[in-house]
Every structure is written in structure tokens, then in C-alpha cells.
Design a binder for this molecule. Sequence first.
Ligand code: VGL
Ligand code: ZN
Length: 205
Amino acid sequence: MIQFNARASDALLIIDVQNDFCTAGALAVPEGETVVPLVNQLATQFSTVIATQDWHPAGHSSFASSHAAHEPFSTIKMPYGEQTLWPDHCIQNSHGAEFHSDLELEHIQCIVRKGFRNEVDSYSAFYENDKKTTTGLSGLLHERNVKRVVCVGLAYDFCVRFSAEDAHQEGFETIVLADACRAIDLEGSAEAATQALSDLGVSIR
Ligand code: VGL
Ligand code: ZN
């Protein structure tokens, strides 16, 4: 049993616990599904519980298949900066985009979908990768008087990392619970995430 001594002003932010990020998924995160029991246990302990859902249209610009002669996990320059190209994943309405079937959805009060604009990817729950387009999550949390955001889910080194960075940037005390996260780990990206979060003062527990 994972215990978190949650305050009334805490929010649990559950990132992308979807089939495509679990074993046999299109962008499988090693052991991704092992976070599910922990996330379920945590979700009963918070008064505010938000989940994100990666939600791409077919042919999304973050897919390698949308760029001739580019392999998955290579990078390209987009107008907003460097973008990693991914296998097709989390296509709207597909099985891969659904939450893992063991994730207890009844605790989740709000689902923030992201990555649905064809021309820009969105790792963070707060801002798309252009760092300008907002999801509105910051306003929602502030209006609920949330002071602290606790991040869990997939993948530690991409969507969890950038969500935690933005939570910090938006003025929330930010904690990442590492046991309830798993990483893709592309060329040291897990280590880079830990370094970047530590440098900001995000607590990794
Ligand atoms: C993610 C890559 C592409 C994630 C989403 O959830 O970490 N990573 N889309
Ligand atoms: Zn994605």
C-alpha cells in the first residue's frame, strides 16, 4: 500500500496511463502497467484527482509515419523547436488511447486531453510543446485552491517530466512520486529528467 499524506490543497495528476504506453502498446513504456495499482491507491487519498489522456488525430505531426524517411525516435525541427518522432500512438477513439482497463476511473474528476492539434505535440498537462498553447489546467487547479501538485504516471521522462516542470512554473509546489512512474529512457532521457526536475526544486520521492 502506497501512502501519501495528502492535504486538502493537494491535487493528484495522473499522466497518460493508457494502453499504448503499457506492455504490447504502440509506444510501450517498460513495465508501464505496474504503476496502475499504485495510482489507484493514491487516487483514493486526494480530494482533487485529474488525469491526462494523450489524444492524437491519425496522421499527427509527432508521428514518424507522417514524415517521409524519418524513423521513430529520430528528431526533426518543428516551427516550435526540436520534436522527437514517435510510432503512431494514442489515436483518438482507438484501444491504445483508452486508459488501462485496471485504472479506476471513478476517482478521476477531470480528464485533460492533449496532443489533439495536428501541428503541435503536447507532452505537458499544462502547455503544448510550443510552450504557449495552454490546456487551461493551471486555471482549473488555481480555482480549486490547489497549492501542491503530485505527479504520477507515464512516461516519467516525457509527459510526467514536462507536466511537473510546468506545474512548478505555474506556481504549484510540485512532487513526482517515482515509484508510480516508469520511463521510456531514450538516450539518457530518464537521467536528464531527474536532473532537470532536481535543478528546478521539484521533489522526486
Ligand atoms: C508521451 C511521447 C509521446 C508520454 C506521449 O506520455 O510520455 N511520450 N506522447
Ligand atoms: Zn503522444
